[in-house]
Design a protein around this ligand. Sequence first.
Ligand code: XUL
Ligand code: CO
Length: 434
Amino acid sequence: MTDFFKGIAPVQYEGPDSTNPMAFHHYNPDEVIMGKRMEDHLRFAVAYWHSFAWEGGDPFGGQTFERPWHPQDQMAKARVKADAAFEMFDILGQPYFCWHDADIRPEGTDFAESLKNFEEIIAYFEEKMSTRKVKLLWGTANMFSHRRWMSGASTNPDPEVFAYSAATVKTCMDATMKLGGENYVLWGGREGYETLLNTDMGRELDHMGRFLNMVVEYKHKIGFKGQILVEPKPQEPSKHQYDYDAATCYGFLQKYGLENEVKLNLEQGHAILAGHSFEHEIATATALGVLGSIDMNRNDYQSGWDTDQFPNNVPEVALAYYHILKDGGFTQGGTNFDAKLRRQSLDADDLIAAHIGGMDICARGLKAAAAMLEDGGLETALSERYAGWDTAEGKALLNTDLDTIFDKVNAGGIAPAPKSGRQEMLENYVNRFV
Ligand code: XUL
Ligand code: CO
């Protein structure tokens, strides 16, 4: 037991009229939406790295948080951190959490010592999870913070780093499976380049493709039933990252024969960095059949950084969940808060309030998305817009050739009349729900 969250009671749903800042106003886990409990739709996860490992630094200044589990280079402190983490899970009651190996254990002096530390904490988690409902949404390896990875992990010019990375991922997949994790994520923060002057891109992509194939082979070898997910991001920390966005990732997966084995973990802030909207990335993944899970957060739209703030924009979140629900909703994926406090938000109740706010925003977005789907207005508009393709002539067009089409058009049988795209009407429609 720590006393970090002392005096903070488990968060309850009190409804939209409650003024209690430490209550849920919209997230009501048991409320049934489209035949499914809200908790089972949203499948929230707390991110260990932001909520417990991050110390409040930014590029201009160091640690602002003083936590009972600091400094984080000792095993005893790693246990205190785990105690506090599970105390927070008890307060929030969210069903999942996620970690990187480096978030939960101190780095050892060599691979073997790091692994020993890691396995001890995994066993400690296992013990804590045995008496609670909280589950592991996904595990992952941090292959971007330590200096050994400064030139990449699987794309490193040094084969010894490739080997170290492969061994690291094996241990993280083993631990994820041991804890019953439902997904395994790979985000390649350093899988890219700082300058093309020293980079053999073709070779690096081939190595990354082989690495991911090894991950999939290992998944089948050990019988891991979770999804393997890659997380697109265009840049930061690297100048350019190979997993740029959903479409780029899909092309990569296809080239290396992995499009039926690997799906995507999409993040709001990464979509914005790539010059897209979140719903664009989700719609791309659902169109290609590779939506796996989401990292929910938001960026600061002025700074242009990946600021990983908690979400607070209901219309944006509603459109994201609209595409997720339209795709059938999450199966093994979920909503991971890859979001952190601002560095001035020092207190334990700031951390709880941040998650309450994020969960409430997502709940409002989900409810709006479900109401739009149930009303069917957008779907009707879509089927009307594409109705020509459901006619016999429309269908036949896709099974013919340029000459035949030319003959028909040239004979005067076709004279297209432009129709309104009705964008403002549709925006007004959405506005009724958000
Ligand atoms: C970094 C990021 C990571 C991944 C997991 O921008 O999103 O936290 O989600 O490595
Ligand atoms: Co993320």
